[in-house]
Design a binder for this molecule. Structure first.
Ligand code: ADP
Length: 469
């Protein structure tokens, strides 16, 4: 299974880390807020308890009835005043005189502790915080009881929690977008490197990848790739030089073998069996010489030292020459060979000898790979922008999966059937097309036939020093 792209993974990581941070922060804020609210509530009820006692303390010298009156006024003017009572140590309510809270309000049993005590009680489904504030009044221990609702705190916390939860999807989208754009931005140079590496072929190994002086991993990656390219270039150059040298050095011994075989064949003194062996040696050495010539041509093309003189060339003559030459092998296989010219003129700028070789390669293949009694059609066609040469046959065809490889060196779709080929013909044909700025293409259907087309621009000029592409 394919792993998701780096930019997607970065985005997911970024979003996940941000979300975790947000959740931790939210929990911390929630705990802090909840603590602030509950300690605020405790402070409020403590303050009320203190003020309730102050009413008694400030009026200590007044008659009991007046004190009770003052206390009632205080209760009326205080929020949740009905939840403030002062009782003696046994729990009997002293102020207000008739008690303010509902009779069934769950006041706690009087505490004996000298310090304030707090506890929570539920009354009619609501929660209350209750303080017992012990005081000394007229030498007697009294307890100020104050209750305060916790409902407001609950609601505030609920609103706060709701706000946090509602923020999560918005934050999630915002961080995912930010993470995606950041990762795209960071990975943009990687995309450029990938494009540059993809455009490298054996023909442009001398090129180097762009390096930015950022001192980061990408600079090191580009530099490492460039080092590797330098090593590859040097290895490929050595191989090419070796191929060229070997092809060149093998020419003389091969022509010597051919010459000796020809001389031997001319000598009537040799018996028939010997003559057959010499004929075989001659045929094989000619085949090997042909292969060497092809390899040498490509090696020179790779080295960039083939000088092709461009001149105005009429493709009609080139194609006619090749067709005439092909008549003998075509007749030997009882093929119908037809040439058709549509429109004109067919003049292009190029090298007549190379172009003849190009057309001949296509024709030779068409004849070779068409079973006896078949048909080969050559056409020459002119459009406003191009001059096209097409060679169509009704031969064996090429399997679709092998079609993109037919112009590779030493490629043979079926080596058993292509015994008398070198596998270099189409590679050279492509090179010749390239140096003439022409495009060579192939269409084929297995068992039906193939069509090779070379499209020349209507004009091409100059004498080019050419290198294999
Ligand atoms: P070869 O010397 O083997 O013909 P080429 O480079 O000319 O080498 O062709 C490469 C391979 O492409 C051939 O071996 C053959 O398998 C296939 N091929 C080329 N032309 C044709 C064609 N007209 N019909 C079928 N196969 C072809």
């Amino acid at each position: 299974m394919n792993r998701p792209s780096i930019s997607l993974r970065l985005t997911l990581w970024f979003t996940a880390v941000f979300l975790c941070g947000f959740v931790i922060l939210s929990v911390a804020m929630w705990v802090g807020w909840s603590y602030t609210l509950s300690s605020g509530r405790d402070r409020t009820i403590t303050r009320r308890a203190t003020r309730a006692f102050e009413v008694l303390a400030n009026n200590v010298n007044l008659p009991q009835a007046t004190v009770a009156l003052r206390y009632d006024e205080f209760v009326d003017s205080t929020p949740e005043g009905n939840l403030i009572e002062i009782s003696d140590a046994l729990g009997s309510v002293l102020f207000p005189r008739n008690g303010a809270a509902p009779r069934d309000f769950p006041w706690p049993t009087p505490a004996t502790s000298p310090a304030d005590t707090f506890e929570n009680r539920t009354y009619k489904g609501r929660e209350y915080r209750i303080i017992q504030h012990p005081v000394e009044f007229n030498g007697e221990r009294l307890i100020v009881l104050v209750a305060g609702q916790l409902e407001d705190n609950r609601q505030m916390l609920a609103r706060f929690t709701k706000g946090l939860i509602e923020t999560i999807p918005v934050l999630l989208i915002a961080t995912a977008l930010a993470g995606y754009f950041m990762s795209r931005r960071v990975l943009r140079p990687v995309g450029r490197l990938t494009g540059a590496v993809r455009s490298l072929t054996i023909g442009n190994l001398a090129e180097r990848l762009p390096t930015s002086q950022t001192g980061d991993e990408l600079q090191r990656l580009a530099e490492t790739c460039n080092d590797m390219l330098a090593r590859l270039e040097s290895a490929v150059t050595q191989i090419k030089r070796f191929t060229a040298d070997a092809s060149h050095e093998l020419r003389s011994p091969l022509s010597f073998i051919s010459m000796v075989s020809e001389c031997a064949l001319r000598n009537p003194a040799y018996p028939l069996e010997c003559r057959e062996v010499f004929e075989e040696i001659l045929a094989e050495s000619k085949e090997a010489a042909h292969l060497l010539e092809d390899m040498l041509t490509l090696a020179r093309a790779d080295a960039g030292n083939v000088d092709i003189p461009f001149e105005p060339t009429d493709l009609v003559h080139v194609v006619q020459d090749a067709v005439e030459r092909a008549r003998i092998p075509a007749e030997a296989k009882r093929h119908i060979l037809k040439l058709q010219c549509i429109g004109g003129p067919f003049e292009v700028r190029g090298d007549r000898a190379s172009l003849r070789r190009l057309v001949w390669t296509l024709l030779d293949n068409a004849i070779k790979y068409t079973p006896e009694g078949g048909r080969v059609d050559v056409s020459l066609e002119r459009s406003p922008t191009h001059v096209r040469v097409a060679v169509r046959d009704a031969g064996v065809g090429i399997p679709p999966e092998l079609l993109p490889r037919v112009f590779e060196r030493f490629f043979r779709a079926d080596p058993a059937r292509s015994q008398n080929g070198t596998g270099l013909g189409l590679a050279i044909a492509k090179w010749i097309a390239n140096v003439h700025q022409a495009e060579i293409s192939v269409e084929s259907q297995l068992g039906v036939g193939s069509a090779f087309t070379v499209a020349f621009p209507a004009q091409s000029s100059g004498s080019l020093k050419v290198r294999m592409l």
